[in-house]
Design a protein around this ligand. Structure first.
Ligand SMILES: *Cc1c(COP(=O)(O)O)cnc(C)c1O
Length: 367
């Protein structure tokens, strides 16, 4: 007898490893490894979370009615077509479970978010990626990678970890040329940070056809990664499918309360956005001045690539990471994204960015 065996594909999953949050022997840590909002959670969200404690014996509202209504109001959406999840990770997973299985393909962009491949494999499907150009998703390459078996196409816009994005025009071209039995999932986790005129989070695309889903999260600008809260805006048929397979109480009551309060604190979000605009720009130009490659970013992070030293850049990235840690600074290694010559740095507070810049500078001076 051999023991229990999981479905095919599952043992091929390399488990997701989150950003590190502590260092041995260091009590003051600067954590710039997980793209968490620089300001933490809004005080209103914290208070609502604490207030929820007295009702912890009650099941949450499984329909997330109040939160969906508030999201709909804020974004001009139909509440019935919003589905909430324990982070947008759960929504990504539910989409794969519902629409892809053995023999099917799930398509994404070369340096796309890791959860797409993980969720595809967990559903028994095969992840397929299309090459990027200049660390940017390429619509023609994505369309060229579509096969008869493609069921879902995930596109993070802006993308994590590259920070680059596709314009609304490019998204529309992708959607127009994509078969309409394939779901285009626009993962707009960083939408609140993206400020360019030609950017769209994708609501127009969801409303423009039956096969586009937009996902959003409370983990980034809202600073609520710890409560696990995200949502999707879907065509009615897809919302119906997700509601059939999700857990009946997939979002807990503290998350619902914190999320609702966070949506009401528009002043906090505005401050966070302004802070990011300033320090994203500062960080990118400072790193460029050190001779590092930094693609333009529309998110709250930058990808930093070490200049060409053939064969050595991965070692330099690793050595830099070790050096930063010795200064109490945690950034993200990018090996899992096929970018082992890069580090990703989240935009934190002013002092944190200055410390990160000083440490990079010191490292580069001594190699
Ligand atoms: C951070 C991130 C998410 C958010 O995940 P949650 O499960 O909502 O915390 C989703 N997509 C991308 C591209 C991300 O970077």
């Amino acid at each position: 007898m051999s023991g229990p065996t999981p479905k095919p594909g599952i043992m091929n999953i390399a488990p997701y490893v989150g950003g590190e949050s502590s260092l041995d022997g260091q009590d003051r840590i600067i954590k710039l490894s997980s793209n968490e909002g620089a300001f933490g959670p809004s005080p209103l969200a914290q208070a609502a979370y604490t207030d929820a404690a007295s009702d912890l014996h009650r099941y949450p509202d499984g329909g997330c009615v109040a939160l969906r209504a508030a999201i709909a109001e804020l974004n001009g959406l139909e509440a019935d077509r919003i589905v909430c999840g324990a982070g947008s990770d759960e929504i990504i997973s539910l989409l794969c479970q519902a629409y892809a299985g053995a023999g099917d393909e799930v398509l994404y962009s070369q340096h796309g978010f890791l959860m797409y491949a993980i969720s595809a494999k967990a559903a028994g499907a095969t992840p397929v990626f299309a090459p990027e150009t200049n660390l940017t998703s390429n619509v023609d390459a994505l369309l060229g990678a579509v096969s008869d078996n493609t069921r879902l196409l995930f596109l993070a816009n802006p993308n994590n970890p590259t920070g680059t994005y596709l314009s609304g025009d490019e998204l529309w071209r992708l959607r127009r040329e994509l078969r309409d039995d394939i779901i285009l999932v626009i993962d707009a986790a960083y939408a609140e940070y993206a400020s360019r005129d030609d950017y769209t989070p994708g609501v127009d695309l969801v409303d423009g056809g039956g096969n586009v889903v937009m996902t959003r999260t409370f983990s980034k600008i809202y600073g609520l990664g710890g409560v696990r809260l995200g949502w999707a805006y879907c065509p009615a048929g897809i919302a119906d499918v997700l509601n059939r397979i999700r857990g009946p109480f997939n979002v807990g009551s503290p998350a619902l309360a914190a999320g609702l309060a966070a949506l009401g604190d528009s002043e906090f979000i505005e401050r966070a956005r302004t802070h990011n605009d300033t320090w994203l720009e500062w960080t990118r130009s400072q790193f460029l001045s050190l001779g590092l490659e930094v693609p333009p970013s529309a998110g709250n992070f930058v990808l930093v690539r070490f200049p060409e030293q053939p064969g050595r850049n991965a070692d330099i990235a690793e050595a830099c990471d070790t050096f930063l840690k010795s200064r109490g600074i945690i950034v993200r290694r990018m090996d899992a994204y096929g970018l082992d010559d890069c580090l990703r740095v989240t935009i934190g507070l002013k002092d944190e960015m200055q410390a990160a810049f000083d440490a990079f500078k010191e490292f580069l001076e001594q190699i």
